[in-house]
Design a protein around this ligand. Sequence first.
Ligand SMILES: Cc1ncc(COP(=O)(O)O)c(C=O)c1O
Length: 380
Amino acid sequence: MRVYFDNAATTPLCEEAIEAMTKLMRDHPGNPSSIHADGRKVRSAIEQARKTIANLIGASIGEIFFTSGGTEANNMALNCSVRDLNVTRIITSPIEHHCILHCTDKLEEQGVEIVMVNLDKKGHFDLDHLELLLSDKNKKTLVSLMHANNEIGTLSDMSRISQLCEMYAAYYHSDTVQTVGHFPIDVSKTKISFLSGGAHKFHGPKGVGFVYINGDNMVKPMIHGGGQERNMRAGTENIYGIAGMAKALELACEEMEQRHQHIAGIREYLKNALTENFEDIQFNGDADGEHLYHVLSVSFPPSPKSDMLLLNLDIHGISCSGGSACSSGAEAGSHVQTALGTDPKRKNIRFSFSHTNTKEEVDYLMEKLATIIPVRVKVV
Ligand SMILES: Cc1ncc(COP(=O)(O)O)c(C=O)c1O
């Protein structure tokens, strides 16, 4: 038996996305830039996908640009705002995904001021501190704060951050890779300059995503060549990925409430089982509050048994993660845990779920955990 509890790293493809993609692969040979009928058919599939995604997040069609995934979307938002919108200061946080942090490192080398917002122990951004930073209006600023942290699951208050950015005339970018398709996002209600999505986090294909760029922001091409993506990103489009992504997002939004209920039930079931059966278990992030319902980040007490936990779970047929996807499998420390000042001797494991998981799988995990860490009985 294999149990897949690593859905924050990536989700299995949904059947509907596979069908949408294989139909295009089989029946439509055209290049979307060709003007003949075969080309036009594929062009129309791309534009239909753009319309679907735009509608689902309250955007205009012209505000959605397809990318190779969340990483590219985030890089594009940061780089374009510095290059084209005169941004000279970026306010971000030390718990962002590496695709933000490594990008801001590069921008810092180019002279952009990078400022970190304060955090609390649960990974919430200190919005008073953000306001204080924003009140220095001398520099054109981009605020880049993730909607939800991929390792510990803490959610940020997008609408409050949006209000603050508007008050202080700052651009606002949010890495929404973990929340698109999981939480309602409506850019017509929450004003935001840029946001990002990656199809593989909501049961779409890997290697495709999108960036939303608010139509008020006049940004220039990122990749030069043919005029694809309205000149922003040249190169023949990943038509299969785009079609699969739109289908998967459509389904994720349609079934959002049911999936949410189901997944939250599984997460709670595991959380209770761990609390009841193991001593000194802690949960990272705001586990009972503003939190991703598909992520449970568990902190196990230090012990020789828990040191090799990730590997042992894998051997027993359970896929989960030690931190984010990039470090999954590796036993390296996490920049998120370091920033939050958690005890480095404890062992952090991220279990992340999808609507395809079951409570029986949680029972299986608990059974295997008991053989790996035999510290079960609580002394009352
Ligand atoms: C919060 C967050 N941002 C960005 C990314 C990168 O997305 P992609 O893998 O689509 O490039 C991930 C993926 O793990 C993520 O969780």
